[in-house]
Design a protein around this ligand. Sequence first.
Ligand code: SF4
Length: 879
Amino acid sequence: MTVVPAAGSGTVSTTCPYCGVGCGVLATPQPDGTVAIAGDPEHPANFGRLCSKGAALGETLSLEGRLLHPEIHDARVGWDEALDHVAKRFSATIAEHGPDAVAFYGSGQLLTEDYYVLNKLMKGFIGAANLDTNSRLCMASSVAGHKRAFGSDTVPVDYTDLEAADLVVLVGANLGWCHPVLYQRIVAARARRPDMRVVLIDPRRTATTDGADLHLPIAPDGDSALFVGLLRHLAATAALDAGYVGRHTRGLAEALAAAAPWDVARVATATGLDAEDIAAFYRLFAATERVVTVYSQGVNQSASGTDKVNAIINCHLATGRIGRPGMGPFSVTGQPNAMGGREVGGLANMLAAHMDFTAEAIDRVGRFWGAPALARQPGLKAVDLFKALGRGEIKAIWIMATNPVVSLPEADAVRAALAACPFVVVSDMNRHTDTMELAHVRLPAAGWGEKDGTVTNSERRISRQRPFLPLPGEARPDWWIVTEVAARMGHGAAFAYRGPADIFAEHVALSGFENNGSRDFDLSGLAGADYEALAPVQWPVRSGTAGRMFGDGRFFTPDGRARLVPIAPPPPFVPVPGRLRLNTGRVRDHWHTLTRTGKSARLSAHFAEPFVEIHPADAAAHGIRRASLVRLTSRHGEALVRALVTERQQRGQLFAPMHWTEQFASSGRIGALIAGRTDPVSGQPALKMAEVSIEPARMALYGFLVMRERPVLATDYWAIAPATGGWRAELGFGSEPPDWPAFLATLFGTAAEPQSIADARTGRRAYALLDAGRLRAALWVSPDPVLVARSWAAGLLSEAGLTASAVLAGRPGADRPDGGAIVCSCMGVGINTIVDAVTRQGCTSVDAVGALTRAGTNCGSCRAEIRSVLDANRLVAAE
Ligand code: SF4
């Protein structure tokens, strides 16, 4: 692995590049070129805590796989040539076909300064609004819901409200895995305040279920019905705040009229929930003043996501539970700077600085930017944008820091559209992504640790991301790349920034320009602030304004009143016979399309291949055995993944993570299965709602491979992950390779003579190639899913003094316990160690397991999994 040269000594205060919690990170380059990572104890998002992903950031900084030089048509070129080419092709396309024939597709990974100049170039100087981002996939429904209710895209809650609440309702949010530090703050608050209650509303039993007093395993898309029914219940039990409603809202009568038919019985039918559980939740909500309702992708990623958001907000407005400590609706974002993108206007339906395409805002922004051709109407949202690309209406696209060939729905159609597009530019830090493969021009962008700018987290807190590494090769910051292209397109004067501080200053100025309190987003109090020293700060930041959003009951609608929105829940979903409902999401230790976390052996050890969770009864009905391979098929594509048979899933439903790409697996792109159905208001795709068929993928042989060098794999199924000192791979062979020795030679080399064993009765074989007691490669194959102690086998790559017989055995000797699959990434503790602590050593609590094994004693992200082992043991003991 390449060691990254350190920029210099000293600790740099920066921000985690993963989820929307936005934890502060202290990065300290070490003399050996590595970087020590720690949580920033001063940062108000995390007060020193990091989750498993954040703690492993130092393991993701190698230059392996980096794009280090610009390329045109696979040939290395200089920056001038690349930038001239991009500017020329975009200008020519605009001249010939008009500004709507070009598009930018950005990312919640971009810093606010990157986003700002991108938005300014497209909307101000190209004169179109075809700039959308992968944040459309993440939280667009929350934006739309906020705007319908508040007249502005305002998140009205702080993290401290979660700790002050007496009831936290988590809707469609697996916080335990996806926002772990925030979840740990709730867990800690609960430990301090035993009366605090947590309700989880989620179709799946997840890591977050562990910390909930009540889990409502709701039917997919049942959320609107549940909260419409709640509004009805609140009215029926005199739990509304008539004074607040009268002074600060409009629309209650209409919302209640829409809710009238939704009694508990009807809600139970629509949600699949037990009527008693629904009633218990309603009673708890009605009786608790300080309630925070947290929602995330389970709400947003739906064809009715905006209605779900408003159904939730309605309940808070109707009870006046907003704008005060410990209460409010709270959309938590998935990405580190989804919020910053929203702030600059980096979505196709926004103009700039939380202003829409109104005549007044168009005039104002046009004057501020001195823009000659300001866009006058919204552009195409992500799914529509790529459909227009497929129809040939968009003829040039620039994709930045994202991987739409993996993450968008109908991902195969997205790939075909890009393949047919006359001009595709991709700027990214990685040379090899599924999207980068289709680029005509590749631009090397700076990565985390090299970038300099700001991000905004889920609670509207702006933090600095500061560089602590030098720019490698010819990589450049995104803002620089955009401004250089803008200059070459003839707009140099408007993009003459010396650095991100200049851009931020302009962003601040625009936020306050002719604002006077009329717009929520206002940073004017930061004018002249020391950018380098900028401490985490929550907006709005304007003189004479203090306190929380909506604390005064004033909203950003024309009359200052919030709007309750009448909601008609969608009809129940009726699946096609034989099909199952596929839900998608994240796993604990991986991030998006594995471009960073896929570099860490530690993080990859938790889940090392793509999988689908299926209920045991569904597995039996479809002839699917544990750990076998299965084929998922929809109208749009297919995927080949491992079956994880578990009662966490409800019957009729599946769950698959969205992370795997063709760089890491033969066919693990889950986006290929999902229809491009979107919410009619927000344009957010229903990524949690695919209909798929599932069937066993019959394999003649299965294999598990560990190797020092990354192998080139071409078996019918393969999935590769890093291991300490090399790589590990799962293999599947549809049929026995006709020339087995030739196949082995592709792995071990033609001159190699691996030692082997074979069992003619079971068909199991194993091969090992050692070099002076160190393992170069080993392969175990079997007609059944291979029984190899994987953590042990992967660990052999970094051991000395090995013998072939010890390796070929496929599991450690009796003198050395097999820790099993990794549960605690921070401390490297496996499932077998935890089971042993519970079943043989008598541990009866998560803390006791931690004291014995150290599992769960660092970031806490794995404590729910430890709890499930304890619960399973209690069940066994009770039987
Ligand atoms: S919770 Fe984890 S992934 Fe999210 S910002 Fe904090 S350290 Fe990063």
